[in-house]
Design a protein around this ligand. Sequence first.
Ligand code: SF4
Length: 349
Amino acid sequence: MQHLLDPSSWKSLTGWFAERGQPAFRAAQIRKWIFEGRAESFQGMSDLPKSLRDELAAGYQLWTSKVVRHLQSADGTEKLLLELSDGGRIECVLLRDGERRSICISTQVGCAMGCVFCASGLDGVDRNLTGGEIVEQMLLLQRLLPARERLSHIVVMGMGEPLANLENLLPALDEASAEDGLGISHRRITISTVGLPKQLQRLCDLNTRYHLAVSLHAPNDALRNQIVPVNKNIGLREIIHAADRYFEVSGRRLTFEYVLLAGVNDQLRHAHELAALLRSRQALLNVIPYNPVAGLPYKTPSPAAVHKFRDILVAAGINVKFRQRKGDEINAACGQLRRSEPALSQIDS
Ligand code: SF4
């Protein structure tokens, strides 16, 4: 059965209505129910004839995933663990920060990039998510908000490397930004990547206007090869060059991400090297003290180490923010919940 939330379904839906002698505006009615009305089923779409709702339910699937766990943290962060139709599992998060209602979504089941501190990539990648599965995360998270609140920001920073699944991600983001979709402007959508130069070039060619966040995690190739193994095949220079090019074409200020791992990349010399790498760039540096993952040896740096690291960057004139860790008590770092939960089949048996 076709997944209606898949961006490719809407074209066929128009034809489907035409075959049944239904007016073309029915598709717009359904989009409104889904993106604004937060409909949970076709039966709830009360301005459609009952017989049509039954036919739609027989021809199209609205939801393909099950919420396996829903965790809430005292700071307002909520996390969903979803089981997909083939049993694959992904995570997505709603973050509340003042007026902001941001979501963090996944693009793959697992991840092939192998960042050593990350739970998502521990077992490699299983598959890319479909466009429908990406949109579905957005809508499930939107449903956690009261009716008067809307999603304001999207960060594509959950499980997976987004640029490895551009084919399905970009149509899904089109739905997020469309007037008759979620209506979130491009400048409020951030794609986070370890930096795949060819795919970054593709974003330039397509003239996309999304924010780009490049995860550095190390200021030199020797260290980055250890922390982000995929770097061995690419190298920092090429990544930074591709990111600069994206900035030139899109006009969007770049963000660089740096997860601070105690005793690994938090030394003073690393801060100096990082400052030298970013000094000439109009960029924001987000430093995120590591969120420990069970079973992995990495640790959160001490507050003193964090302060020293920050002082060097600030003194060098780098535009740096140290991000608060949200949702610690619900394993908000990606991939952790998925690893700590038994599969549904295990629960059932
Ligand atoms: S940090 Fe991101 S890119 Fe790296 S392994 Fe985890 S999900 Fe993949």
